[in-house]
Design a protein around this ligand. Sequence first.
Ligand code: HEC
Length: 105
Amino acid sequence: MKKIILCAYIVLAAAIACTPKASPSTTDAVIPEASSVSSKQATIDAGHTIFTTKCTKCHGAKDKAVASKSYEELRPILAAMSKKAKLSREEVEQVSAYVYANAKK
Ligand code: HEC
């Protein structure tokens, strides 16, 4: 019985050790510049969904923080947050569109 547990432990340890680390190219969030943010309503809506689901894991929806800052001020925050939320490139684009649409003008 002990051997089985030991074997299971070794297999598990190997599985964890061999899991590839997320490559930075897919998780490195490049927040689009204001001039290239999508203004399509469908993209903004998709961004809103991400904002109210993936971005609320650690805190509430930061609507007030978004509304009180300009998009340029929010870009570095968004870069850090997108990493935290492990967003894909597409999700970053969508959330950026949502944030841009709701940021202080
Ligand atoms: C892994 C946890 C985590 C996730 C996921 C996360 N955040 Fe945050 N966020 C924080 C922490 C911690 C703070 C700082 C404390 C606070 O304001 O609650 C913060 C603060 C913020 C602020 C306020 C910054 C300021 O200076 O006013 C904004 C805006 C924000 N987050 C947006 C987002 C967005 C958008 C997403 C999704 C892309 C997101 N966050 C996902 C942890 C997270």
